[in-house]
Design a protein around this ligand. Structure first.
Ligand code: NBP
Length: 474
């Protein structure tokens, strides 16, 4: 009879298998269960000599765990999580800890938290980022739930998380759905980063750079202030040749992007909270438009524009300008995501530590990047920081970059190269730095058709006026 396991995991697909191997490699004994038992058998058989306990039923799985039980559900987000919880509840005992490690919608997590708490059980909704490799070698983990439960889970979470400068990329994010919420914003930011890189690629392509030349640029950028996992894999992806044709594989891949929903959830949440996340918005919409390939092909034969050919430009200058445009747009994108997190954190009284969150994103996860250190520093220097773009370091970056950033957007617009995320970021930058926007005219229009009234610049705030506008006929 083997001893009781320290940890259990349900759902042996790609994330679950790799997380189990990670937990086991830190010295823990892990019980595993999968709905389709053959998957469990194959997984355990494929890893002889490891402290793994394969269990054929949920009952056997639960019985194999040391109390209070610590078990993670890593199944497809949505109804499958509820189905597993329903089966688990009659088998568990008070104070057992159920962790949902999938990409669940934070409102589902809040509902499950209330549901399990009412049963005398403990629940943690933990965002796990880093894909397959992160799960195996060390992901960034964003757990939400009661602080007392976090205390019990901390040793395992800290052991399996990625480490940066010796610090584990995990922290208690906040109560209830806070962990999954922060993971959702992480994914929204990831969408923004990816689209911005794709727009840089589109400009380089229009300038006639080969994929190898582009790869060299991204590889070089990865040595500097843009150093990040996504820049790194972009360089590698551009270098990759198709084994069949010998051509760059990127040029053979269909230009139709997929998405699983976390980006759209971020947009909905931003709209609900009246927070502008225009860069992330542009990135999500770019994926949507990319997926409408047939419509685009048809439109390309009917809607006119200049040829996206900028091969006459000075390449070295262009590369430097695109670097600045990418960096500045990225700062805007993160600033928008952090603004949304700050707003929701205050509304829900989650007590989010934005600097700490940026710090745990430095390792393991898809958006890991050198510049996250600067975000952490900005919030450490000023915990009440209202907006990242007003932190002294980022003010300097944006002011340095704004002119080349404009050159890039103008060049793209003049030549019909679609740069929705660069453009949205620059538009946000210019709006934010405008002490006076044309919203005065907007207020006039509102008062004109709906008597909505307006305040005046020459009268105290809070005094509302209405004009007797002329009648418009027809
Ligand atoms: P999937 O999201 O593809 O889910 C497959 C797993 O869910 C299998 O183990 C399957 O069991 C199980 N499952 C399903 Br489907 N319905 C079930 C049900 N009603 N009852 C019990 N089990 C059920 O796996 P994944 O890609 O490893 O992702 C797991 C979670 O992690 C998801 O929430 C995902 O969004 C998140 N995530 C994924 C990544 C990534 O890179 N893949 C990164 C970060 C987070 P079966 O074998 O019996 O069909």
């Amino acid at each position: 009879m083997t001893r009781a396991s320290d940890f259990g995991l349900i759902g042996l697909a790609v994330m679950g298998q790799n997380l189990v191997l990670n937990v086991e490699s830190r010295g823990f004994q892990v019980s595993v269960y999968n709905r389709t038992p053959a998957v469990t058998d194959e997984f355990v058989a494929a890893h002889p000599g490891k402290r793994l306990v394969g269990t054929p039923t949920l009952e056997a799985f639960v019985q194999s765990l040391a109390r209070p039980r610590k078990l993670m559900i890593m199944v497809k987000a949505g109804a499958a999580v509820d189905a597993v919880i329903e089966q688990l509840i009659p088998l568990l005992e008070p104070d057992d800890i159920v962790i949902d490690g999938g990409n669940s919608l934070y409102t589902d997590t809040e509902r499950r938290d209330a549901w399990l708490t009412a049963q005398g059980l403990r629940f943690i909704g933990a965002g796990v980022s880093g894909g397959e490799e992160g799960a195996r070698k060390g992901p960034a983990i964003m757990p939400g739930g009661p602080a007392s439960t976090w205390g019990l889970m901390r040793p395992i979470f800290e052991a399996i998380a990625a480490k940066v400068d010796g610090e584990p990329c995990v922290m208690h994010i906040g109560p209830g759905g806070a962990g999954h919420y922060v993971k959702m914003i992480h994914n929204g930011i990831e969408y923004g980063d990816m689209q911005l890189i794709c727009e840089a690629y589109a400009i380089f392509k229009a300038a006639g750079l080969s994929t190898d030349e582009m790869a060299a640029v991204f590889n070089r950028w990865n040595e500097g202030e843009l150093q990040s996992y996504l820049i790194q894999i972009t360089g590698k992806a551009l270098e990759q040749r198709d084994t069949e044709t010998g051509q760059p594989i990127v040029e053979l891949i269909l230009d139709q992007a997929g998405q699983k929903g976390t980006g759209q959830w971020t947009l909905l949440n931003a709209a609900e909270n009246a927070v502008v996340i225009s860069t992330i918005n542009a990135a999500v919409e770019a994926r949507v438009l990319s997926s409408q390939k047939a419509l685009r092909v048809r439109a390309s034969t009917q809607l006119q524009g200049p040829s996206p050919n900028i091969s006459g430009v000075d390449r070295a200058t262009l590369v430097n300008q695109v670097h600045e445009a990418l960096y500045a747009s990225k700062v805007v994108s993160y600033a928008q995501g952090l603004d949304l997190m700050r707003t929701m954190g205050e509304k829900k009284a989650w007590g989010l530590d934005l600097g700490g969150i940026a710090a745990i994103w430095r390792g393991g996860c898809i958006i890991r990047a050198r510049f996250l250190n600067r975000i952490t520093e900005a919030y450490r220097a000023d915990p009440g920081l209202q907006h990242l773009m007003l932190a002294p370091f980022f003010v300097e970056v944006l002011n340095r970059a704004q002119q080349p950033w404009r050159e890039v957007v103008a060049l793209a617009v003049r030549h019909g190269i679609a740069v929705p995320a660069f453009g949205a970021s620059l538009g946000y930058f210019d709006s934010l730095r405008s002490a006076r926007l044309p919203a005065n005219l907007l207020q006039a229009q509102r008062d004109f058709f709906g008597a909505h009234t307006y305040e005046r610049v020459d009268k105290p705030a809070g005094q509302w006026f209405h004009t007797a506008w002329p009648e418009v006929i027809g």
